[in-house]
Design a binder for this molecule. Sequence first.
Ligand SMILES: *Cc1c(COP(=O)(O)O)cnc(C)c1O
Length: 429
Amino acid sequence: MKLALNGGPRITEDSIPSRTTMGDEEVAAAEEVIRSGVLSAFIGGPTEQFNGGKYIRAFEEQWAEKFGYKHAITVNSWTTGLVTCLGAVGISPGDEVIVPAYTMSASATSILFYGGIPVFADIDPRSFCLSPDSIEQNITEYTKAIMVVHLFGGCADMDQIIKIADKYNLRVIEDGAQAPLASFNGIPVGAMKDIGGFSLNYHKHIHTGEGGVIVTNDDELAQRSRLIRNHGENCVESYEVSNLSNVIGSNYRLTEIQAAIGIAQLRKLPSILRARRELAAYFAKRITTIPGITFFPPPEHITHSYYITPLLINESELGISRARFIQAVNAEFPAARDYEDVPLVGGYVRPLYLSPIYQQRKALGNSHFPFSLAKREISYAPGICPVTERMYRSELMYTPLIREPLTEEHIDLLIAAMAKVVENYSEIA
Ligand SMILES: *Cc1c(COP(=O)(O)O)cnc(C)c1O
């Protein structure tokens, strides 16, 4: 059959169903808060309300329990959550922090907020997360922390990473924005060593419009996070912290309405994950019929959360370029209404070190601070992370279609579209 790209009939004329997690529960929760009149109860001073109002506290308690961590601390985005974590662990100007280049930009820019210097390490080509070998190669006497990103909903190799961190006395911060309730050896990611957390922005599994949650088992890191979240300089002497570094506070507070919505959203997370894991298992069986495209089911000890689903593409086995393949497959579906409806996407993000902020080493005004504080030569040259660059350039694509409310029939359509393109290469090669 003629490809839709060349004017043939599409595999389907039905649009991919959009997703929303908002329902009557969230409407009722928001209304309850509005009727109470108290939309935020935080006070930036040493009072009862320093840690927020009743919905914030209830949401944090429930989050901590569900994720199995002693403390959960809400923030108004996960970007500010990351900044808070870096402050809490005590990053100082000039400290090096190891971070992957294949991630959302905030995983690295959060380091710059405290004058830390991002050192980009490469990823493992199966997990797409930091490679323990590359971490070790990038450790120097100036390294203070490792920023682990659990990309796409999978998990980094936390056993090895924690071993390395222990060996070199480094802090581990986990960016679990894409991986709520993903687990490694049965333990939910987030703060398997020190501190980390999750995003509640509109595009994540569950959301409060904007928002984030920090988790930790460490009382001191939790206290420092609460201080940073809420103008800590006003009341640091009233709380137990062993030193004052980085408790310059800000206003990273979530509102009561968001917390109330978050409580309703948290209840939905298990069913969202169940739906995605079931679809992924079905997809894993079906995709094996398409040559040149590989889906790696996670190993036994990892439970994946399928924020998006990565696929490896072998262009020479496939016979055409990734871009052309994706274009042809997407043309088999009606035009997408938003990015969660696009069947296939190539490359994910440009390796972060190739962006101007690192190429020009300019983050704050026209100074080169904090890059100028580096105690050794740090390279942001093309080629420093070859696996990341390969994935970006030609080997990785992903589908956002492993998600509710889609069904096995949608997966069948996706597989049928891929098979149709493969069978008709001659039309577009
Ligand atoms: C979404 C995301 C962030 C940022 O979260 P926000 O809540 O949007 O600030 C950080 N890291 C990763 C990996 C993300 O996917």
